[in-house]
Write a protein of this length. Structure first.
Length: 914
RNA sequence: GGGCGAUUGGCUCAGUGGUUAGAGCACGCGGUUCACAUCCGCGGGGUCACUGGUUCGAAUCCAGUAUCGCCCACCA
C-alpha cells in the first residue's frame, strides 16, 4: 500500500538527515502524501490501527460554503476538529472525520448573480436550467480551492467519504425527511407573514433578518372619522396615528388603541376613512397597543407588519398586500402603482401634507430588519409557504441537553440554547431561489397537495388520484439549512440502513462556531431527534470567532480577512494550528495577529533541534539502527528519574486538558513541558552524563534512552496539534519493532506514574542553580567566568547534591566543593552567598571591593523580603481562626513554609553579621 | 427591554477559594556554553475595572456600579 511497511525497520537514529531548522512547506506536502498513501485517514482504511473493541469516534465536519475560499475561522475549526480526531485515532478508536461542502443556496446565488451581472446576464435572462448549469461550473472550481486548503492544513479527513449537500445522497435525505415531517403533521403549507428580501427576491428566515439601528422618521398623520349620520369623513373628528412607513397606509385595515385608554374610549368601534384608497376601517381596542408611544393610536397594516398581523388575526381584520416582489406598490395601491416603496413613501407624505392631514414628523431611532446576505431592507409580506412546526421538535432538543445526553461546551451556552428553543417560532422552509433542493410537493389543479420522496414524484394526486402529468411541482426550494440540519446522518447514508450509519451514528462531537448555534446546531438536534430518534452528537463544542488585531470581525467588505494559505506559506501549517489552538478558549472570541504565529513556528523549531541534538548524542555503544528500548532502571540517575517523571506529568496534563476540552491548555502544557522543562533543564542536565567518558556505558545508554523515550512521548503528545513536524521527527527517531511507521497511527502515550521524590530532589537543585545564576548577574560576575563554589546541604540532601555536583557545576558555571553537612556554615570573607530552601552556596569571586559592597546590599534586600514573608507566615500560623478552620493540610503547609523562611532569614542574618 | 460575555503587566491572554498571581510577545542587561540567535542566561513591570459583602483566607464566591462586545426581543 504505502511506500513503507506497517512497522519500522528498527531505529534510524541519526541527525544527519535533519536540516538545522524546521523548514515546513515541502516537508508538509510530502508528509500529507505519505498519510494518503498509507490510507490512515479512513477508520477502516488499510493503514488504520483502530481497536475494534473500542467505540468509534466521529466528527462530521461542518461543511464550509461552496462560495469561496476558507478564512482563518475555518482554519481554526479544522485545527480543533483535527486535534480531537487525531487524539481519538491514537487512542485506538475508529476515528471518522467526514469532510463536506455546503451548497449555500442563497449565498451562492448572491455571488453568482453578481458574477453573471458583469457579463451582462441575469437569472432571468439565463433561465432556470442554464443558470443551474452555470452554478455547477462555478462551484466545481471553488470546491477544489477549498479542499486544497484543508489538505494544506493537515486535515485528516476521510476523503473517500467526502459529501456535498447537493449530492444524490443528500437529495434523497432531504426528500425523505420532508415527507416524514409532512406525514407527521409537522411540515405544513400556509399563507403567513414572512420576511421578504426584495434584493434576493426570496423569503428569508427570522435568523437571516438582521435588526439594524437606523435613524428614520416618525410621521404623525391623521385619519378622519366617519360621521355616522352621513357616512362620510368628518372634517373635524380625527384620530392621529404615528408611523415610520407612511406608504403602508394603502394596506391599512384598522386603527388600534389600548382598551383602557380614556382618550380614545369614545371612538372605539367607529370607522375612519383611509385616504387615497378610500377604505373605511374600524377603530379597535387591543392590549398590544402601547399608550405611551406616539399618539397612543396605531394604524394597522396586517399584511406588512408582524405586530399588526397578530392583532389582525385576533380581530379578524382583512389583510391587504400592497407591495410586490420588488417592493413596489402593487395594484391595490390605486394611484401609486409601480412606485418603489421609498418613492411611494415620499409621495404619500407630500400628498398627506397637501390634504392637511400630516400633523408632524420627527427623527426616530429604530431597528430596521436587513437581509443578512444583501443588506436590503426586509419587508414583511403575506405569502403561501412551507413551514415546519418547531415546538414539538424543540421540546425534545431541550430534553436532550437538560438530561445531559448532549453536553454544550462551554456550559453557559445552555442558557442561550434554552431561551431560544423555548421561544422558538415556526421555521419558514420555502425559498424562492433556484439553487438548492426543490421542495418535493406537487399540486393538482384542484389545489390538492401531494408530497413524495420518490425521485419522479407521486404517481398520482394523493387526494383525487389525478395522474401525475396533471400535477405541478412546487417551484420553491428549501432553506439551505434544511439540508444542513440532516448533515450528521445524511452523510452516513440515512435514510438507508447503511453500515456507516450503524457504526458511526450518533456522532461524537459537533464542533462549530457559536454564531451558528441556532442556524445549524439546534436544527440538527431537532431534526436528528425526530428522524433518527437519537441525539446526533453527545457533545457540542462551540468555538469562538477569530477577529483581527483590533478585535473586529473579519469580513470581505472590511478587507481584513486573513488567508490561511498566506499565513501557512510564511510560518507553516503547524505554526498556524498551534496559534489558533493556543487561543482556543471555548466560546470565547480570539484576536489574531501575525505575531502569534511566531510562537508556534519557534516551538516547532525548538522540538526539531532538540531531536537533532538527541540523535547526535547517541553513545557509541548503541548502534545507529538499534531498536528503541526502555532505559535500564538500574542505571537511572536522579536526572533521568526527574525527566521521566516530568514527562509523565506532561502526559497527565495533556490528558486532563483534552478530556475537559481545554484545548488551549493542551498547547500550554506541551510548550512548558517540552521547552521549559525538557529542553531547558532535562537536556542540559543530561549532557553531563552523556559527555562523561569515565562513566560505564550502561549509565550513558540509560541517559540516552531516557531522552529518546521522552522525546518520543512528546512527539506523540504534540502530534494532534502539530501533525507535520511530529510526523517528520517520528521517522527520525528509533522505534520499537511493533511501532507503526507513522506517528498518526501510533498509540497515545500512557504514563508509568510519577516519581515525586525524584522530582522534589532535582527541583531543589534547579532552584539552587537558578539562584546562583541570579546572584552572579547581580554581583556583576562576567558570564564566562568560572567561580569557585562551596556548597552545603543538610544530611538527607547531601547525597543527592554530591551525585549531581557535576551538573550543578556545568549549569551554574562554578567549580564546586561540597562541604560536610556539619561544617556547612563557613563562608569565606567577600564570598557571594546563596541561600535557597535548605541548600546554601558561597561563591568566591575575584577579590573586588565593589562586588563585596554590592553583595552586602543584595543580601540586605533579600533579608528584607524574606522577613516580610516570614512575618506574614507567622501571623497566619499563630492565628487561632486559621488553625481552627483551615484544613489541616493547609495549616501544615503554612507551618513548614514559616519554618523554611525562618531558617533562611537566620542564615542571611548570619552572613550579614547582624 | 431581557440575557450572556469581557475587564489581570505596554500588548495578547491563562488562571473558579489556599503560601509570594503566571505565560508568550514587547522591554532592559549580559552571552562566540560543541541542538537551536526561530537561541541561551538574568531582570524590571500588575492596588487582578470599581464599591460593598461572605470567608480563617477572594483575581476566584455573592450583590451592585461602570465601560466595551455579543445574542435575543413585533414600540408602530
Amino acid at each position: 500500500m504505502g511506500e513503507r511497511q506497517a512497522t519500522t525497520d528498527g531505529g534510524r537514529a541519526s541527525s544527519d538527515a535533519l536540516p538545522k531548522a524546521y523548514v515546513p512547506a515541502d516537508v508538509e506536502s510530502a508528509i500529507y502524501q505519505r498519510w494518503l498513501a498509507a490510507d490512515v485517514f479512513a477508520p477502516d482504511g488499510a493503514g488504520s490501527r483502530a481497536n475494534p473493541a473500542l467505540p468509534p469516534f466521529t466528527i462530521i465536519q461542518p461543511p464550509p460554503n461552496i462560495t469561496g475560499s476558507l478564512h482563518l475561522g475555518h482554519a481554526q475549526r479544522t485545527a480543533v476538529e483535527d486535534l480531537l480526531i487525531r487524539h481519538a485515532r491514537m487512542r485506538g478508536r475508529a476515528a471518522l472525520f467526514l469532510p463536506g461542502v455546503d451548497h449555500a443556496s442563497i449565498a451562492a446565488q448572491y455571488v453568482l448573480d453578481r458574477i453573471i451581472a458583469t457579463e451582462g446576464e441575469s437569472r432571468e435572462s439565463l433561465g432556470r436550467e442554464r443558470y443551474l448549469e452555470r452554478m455547477w461550473t462555478f462551484i466545481n472550481a471553488t470546491r477544489e480551492v477549498m479542499l486544497g486548503q484543508q489538505r494544506r492544513l493537515g486535515a485528516s479527513t476521510d476523503w473517500s467519504r467526502l459529501r456535498f449537500t447537493m449530492d444524490d445522497g443528500s437529495a434523497k435525505a432531504v426528500r425523505v425527511a420532508f415527507e416524514r415531517l409532512y406525514r407527521d403533521g409537522l411540515a405544513y403549507r400556509t399563507e403567513a407573514l414572512i420576511n421578504w428580501c426584495p434584493g434576493c427576491r426570496t423569503s428569508v428566515s427570522d435568523l437571516e433578518t438582521i435588526p439594524t439601528p437606523e435613524t428614520g422618521t416618525l410621521w404623525t398623520l391623521r385619519y378622519h372619522l366617519i360621521d355616522p349620520a352621513t357616512g362620510e369623513p368628518s372634517a373635524t373628528e380625527t384620530v392621529s396615528v404615528a408611523t415610520t412607513r407612511p406608504e403602508t397606509i394603502l394596506g391599512d385595515t384598522a386603527v388600534a388603541v389600548h382598551p383602557e385608554d380614556e382618550r380614545f374610549a369614545a371612538i372605539v368601534g367607529r370607522q375612519v376613512r383611509i385616504p387615497f384608497v378610500g377604505r373605511d376601517v374600524p377603530i379597535v381596542a387591543d392590549d398590544a397597543v402601547d399608550r405611551a408611544f406616539g399618539t397612543g393610536a396605531v394604524k394597522i397594516t396586517p399584511a406588512h407588519d408582524q405586530a399588526d398581523y397578530e392583532l389582525a388575526k385576533r380581530h379578524d381584520l382583512p389583510m391587504i398586500t400592497v407591495l410586490d416582489d420588488a417592493a413596489a406598490i402593487n395594484e391595490a395601491g390605486d394611484g401609486y402603482v409601480g412606485l418603489d416603496r421609498l418613492a411611494a413613501r415620499a409621495t404619500i407624505v407630500a400628498d398627506l401634507d397637501a390634504r392637511g392631514d400630516l400633523v408632524g414628523s420627527r427623527p426616530h431611532e429604530m431597528l430596521i430588519g436587513r437581509c443578512q446576505r444583501s443588506n436590503d431592507v426586509i419587508e414583511p409580506r403575506l405569502k403561501t409557504q412551507w413551514f415546519l412546526s418547531m415546538q414539538p421538535l424543540a421540546e425534545r432538543a431541550l430534553a436532550a441537553t437538560r438530561e445531559g445526553r448532549t453536553r454544550i461546551v462551554p456550559a453557559r451556552f445552555e442558557a442561550v440554547w434554552e431561551h431560544w428553543l423555548t421561544n422558538i417560532r415556526d421555521w419558514n422552509l420555502s425559498r424562492q431561489l433556484w439553487w438548492g433542493h426543490r421542495i418535493p410537493a406537487w399540486y393538482c389543479p384542484d389545489g390538492h397537495v401531494s408530497v413524495s420522496s420518490e425521485v419522479g414524484g407521486p404517481a398520482a394526486c394523493a387526494v383525487c388520484r389525478r395522474p401525475a402529468a396533471e400535477l405541478v411541482q412546487e417551484s420553491d426550494i428549501f432553506d439551505t439549512w434544511f439540508s444542513s440540519g440532516l448533515w450528521p446522518f445524511s452523510t452516513l447514508g440515512w435514510p438507508d440502513d447503511t453500515a456507516d450509519l450503524n457504526r458511526y451514528y450518533p456522532t461524537s462531537v459537533m464542533e462549530t462556531g457559536h454564531d451558528i448555534l441556532f442556524f445549524w446546531v439546534a436544527r440538527m438536534m431537532m431534526l436528528g431527534l425526530h428522524l433518527t430518534n437519537v441525539e446526533p452528537f453527545h457533545t457540542i463544542y462551540l468555538s469562538g470567532l477569530i477577529r483581527d488585531e483590533r478585535g473586529q470581525r473579519m469580513s470581505k467588505t472590511k478587507g481584513n480577512v486573513v488567508d490561511p494559505l498566506v499565513v501557512m506559506d510564511e510560518a507553516g501549517a503547524d505554526a498556524l494550528r498551534f496559534a489558533v489552538i493556543h487561543g482556543a478558549t471555548p466560546g470565547q472570541d480570539q484576536k489574531f495577529g501575525p505575531q502569534k504565529l511566531d510562537t508556534g513556528r519557534n516551538f516547532a523549531n525548538k522540538l526539531w533541534n532538540a531531536t537533532r541534538f538527541v540523535l547526535g548524542a547517541r553513545p557509541a555503544s548503541i548502534p545507529a539502527d538499534a531498536a528503541r528500548q526502555a532505559p535500564d532502571p538500574a542505571a537511572l540517575g536522579p536526572v533521568e528519574r526527574w525527566i521521566r517523571s516530568r514527562t509523565a506529568a506532561s502526559i497527565d496534563a495533556v490528558d486532563a486538558a483534552i478530556a475537559d476540552y481545554q484545548l488551549a491548555e493542551v498547547t500550554r502544557a506541551l510548550y512548558d513541558g517540552i521547552w521549559s522543562e525538557f529542553c531547558d533543564w532535562g537536556l542540559e542536565l543530561a549532557k553531563v552524563r552523556l559527555a562523561d567518558a569515565a562513566l560505564p556505558p550502561a549509565a550513558r545508554e540509560a541517559t540516552w534512552w531516557t531522552l529518546v523515550e521522552s522525546l518520543e512521548v512528546f512527539v506523540r503528545l504534540l502530534h494532534p496539534v502539530m501533525p507535520f513536524v511530529t510526523e517528520a521527527l517520528w521517522s527520525a527517531l528509533p522505534h520499537r519493532p511493533d511501532d507503526p511507521a507513522l506517528v498518526i497511527v501510533a498509540a497515545w502515550p500512557s504514563t508509568a506514574g510519577r516519581d515525586r521524590a525524584a522530582e522534589a530532589g532535582v527541583e531543589a537543585i534547579l532552584d539552587l542553580v537558578r539562584r546562583i545564576r541570579n546572584v552572579r548577574v547581580e554581583a556583576g560576575v562576567p558570564a564566562a567566568a568560572w567561580l569557585d563554589a562551596r556548597i552545603a546541604a543538610p544530611g538527607d540532601a547531601n547525597a543527592l547534591v554530591a551525585e549531581l555536583l557535576p551538573q550543578i557545576e556545568r549549569l551554574a558555571r562554578v567549580r564546586a566543593t561540597l562541604l560536610d553537612a556539619d561544617k556547612a556554615k563557613a563562608d569565606a570573607p567577600g564570598a557571594l552567598s546563596v541561600v535557597v530552601g535548605r541548600l546554601q552556596a558561597s561563591l568566591e569571586p575575584h577579590a573586588d571591593p565593589a562586588v563585596e559592597a554590592r553583595e552586602r546590599e543584595r543580601l540586605s534586600r533579600e533579608l528584607e523580603v524574606v522577613e516580610g514573608r516570614l512575618a506574614a507566615a507567622r501571623a497566619r500560623v499563630t492565628d487561632p481562626a486559621f488553625i481552627g478552620k483551615a484544613p489541616p493540610a493547609i495549616v501544615e503547609g503554612a507551618r513548614r513554609s514559616a519554618a523554611d523562611l525562618e531558617a533562611q532569614a537566620a542564615s542571611l542574618r548570619e552572613k550579614l553579621g547582624t
